[in-house]
Design a protein around this ligand. Structure first.
Ligand SMILES: [Zn+2]
Length: 331
């Protein structure tokens, strides 16, 4: 297994300290027939439920990623990435995160006895910081937003391996399991649609690559907050609006580094991007809560997006999956 540059194709060592190509291109993963995944570290990850959910006289299927061991879908990527790094002898890592990826990577890193430092924006929820602290990770609060946290992590790496959920393709590789799981849960079939909140696009990219392996793609629909919608703007060729804070803090990503891969996933899956208002996200959160499903505020964006998309009606035979990306206990 090697990394290769998505721009010029140059190959790099997966365990090396380069996290992007010297030409400025982002890495993707090149696997070989001989590669075999060896599970060395586990914290109880498993198949998440696919729950029937009827609302507005429409049927949906909720993919309960909130029930992963650390409470978010990020465990899929962290599980795979940390196992690969552990097997390659990596002992010290650093990353930046608005919270969920940091918690997921910190949990698996601790289980693998790795030294882990997470750079977080200083407005990260206390619940997420408490969680990272419980896992024994060091965290560094960085003022002025998510992009600054990313810059700080890269600048202060030292001898740590950059285990970024955005830069490191091992993370996206791990996300592919979600597609295979959905396929199995639908009795070896592919749904018509999958809706999900999108910030850095790790789930979107993972589903795209996973369903590509299966051989058929659902329409992948990215949901963004109207207050921070760079993917929407890029997809529809609109001028960049000023980015503002939103209740969906986990997808407040002003400049997604994986925009090329995100656009490819949307185009190839004949997907779409939907923008939702904060009020709709909060409404969806309350609605889900009222049905016994407690979700992270950002996670409610997926439901709000699906309801917006199908507000004029949804054909009954469409199997529409809405990804519940994080648990309500995370805020
Ligand atoms: Zn390159």
């Amino acid at each position: 297994m090697r990394f290769y540059c998505e721009k010029c194709g140059k190959l790099y060592d997966v365990a090396g300290h380069d996290y992007m190509c010297e030409c400025g291109g982002m890495f993707r993963l090149k696997t070989d027939e001989a590669d075999e995944f060896k599970k060395s570290v586990s914290i109880g990850e498993g198949v998440t439920p696919l729950l029937d959910f009827r609302t507005n006289n429409q049927d949906y299927l909720l993919k309960m990623e909130s029930l992963q061991p650390t409470g978010s879908f990020k465990d899929r990527g962290a599980f795979y990435m940390i196992n690969e790094l552990y097997n390659k002898g990596i002992k010290k890592i650093a990353l930046d995160s608005s919270g969920n990826a940091g918690a997921a990577v910190a949990a698996y890193a601790t289980a693998a006895k790795m030294d882990c430092t997470v750079y977080v924006p200083d407005d990260t929820s206390k619940e997420k910081l408490d969680q990272m602290e419980a896992y024994g990770a060091k965290f560094v609060k960085v003022p002025n937003g998510r992009m600054r946290a990313c810059a700080a992590a890269k600048m202060n790496l030292g001898d740590a391996y950059y285990a970024s959920h955005v830069y490191n393709p091992l993370f996206m590789e791990g996300m592919k399991s979600m597609a295979h799981e959905i396929y199995a849960q639908l009795n070896n079939d592919v749904p018509e649609y999958v809706f999900m909140p999108v910030g850095n696009g790790t789930m979107l990219i993972g589903l795209y690559e996973g369903f590509k392996e299966i051989g058929r793609l659902p329409h992948l629909v990215a949901v963004q907050s109207r207050k921070c919608a760079p993917v929407y703007e890029e997809y529809y060729g609109l001028p960049a609006a000023q980015k503002k804070t939103t209740v969906a803090s986990a997808i407040r990503i002003e400049e997604p580094r994986r925009i090329e891969w995100i656009k490819e996933a949307l185009k190839e899956s004949e997907g779409d991007v939907v923008m939702v208002d904060d009020t709709d996200i909060l409404k969806a959160k309350k609605h889900l809560g009222g049905r016994g499903i407690y979700v992270e505020t950002t996670a409610a964006a997926g439901m709000a997006g699906a309801l917006e998309y199908f507000k004029g009606g949804k054909p009954d035979n469409y199997r529409v999956i809405v990804a519940i990306t994080g648990h309500g206990l995370k805020r």
